[in-house]
Design a protein around this ligand. Sequence first.
Ligand code: MTE
Ligand code: MO
Length: 199
Amino acid sequence: MTDERMIISPDTRRENRVPPGQRLTEGWPILHEGQVPLWEESDWTLRIFGLVEKNMTLDFKEFMSLPRVEVFSDIHCVTGWSKLDNTWEGVSSGAIKDVVKILPEAKFVTVHCYGEYTTNLTIEDFFGEDVLFALRHNGEPVSPERGHPVRLIVPRLYLWKSAKWVDGLEFMARDKPGFWETRGYHNRGDPWKEERYSK
Ligand SMILES: Nc1nc2c(c(=O)[nH]1)N[C@H]1C(S)=C(S)[C@@H](COP(=O)(O)O)O[C@H]1N2
Ligand SMILES: [Mo]
């Protein structure tokens, strides 16, 4: 894939790429609740349900046959570290629109993961041009700890919105705060506004 087709996350074009209250890290901590699930690719499915014309389940092969994109982004963790210059390869969130018809009443998405983790996004945030289901990071496959087989990446929001081990997308008319959003994290999580915690 050539660089011309790479989607550049707009925040990487800022003169100062480090949001307020963040510091740069070269390393990359691994953070999540619970155990790393062990998948068999043949067992994995992505359920797409809620306010869609017809509920749909994609198996691994079907998901892997969706068109690929590359995204260049920074990542920002609410705990205070940021990591610049990440290259992701995977399936654009927008590809989902070619798989199912999303009803116009759908204004929010709950991203479901293996285990009890969920996170909520507005339709606009979920379909941001730089949002993707990542399969590779900086040329390497996404590892089990990082969310294999499918890791959502939402570059413009804090990293807790970038759900690992995604197995469902639920389209909804009303917002439903997710795992961290019901435990004191901000509902949206814009790092440039320091939307870390809810008051
Ligand atoms: N399924 C799932 N995804 C998750 C989490 C989790 O607990 N479960 N934790 C989130 C949080 S709070 C953070 S900070 C990032 C950490 O991603 P990393 O381990 O790749 O740094 O994953 C996010 N995605
Ligand atoms: Mo986190």
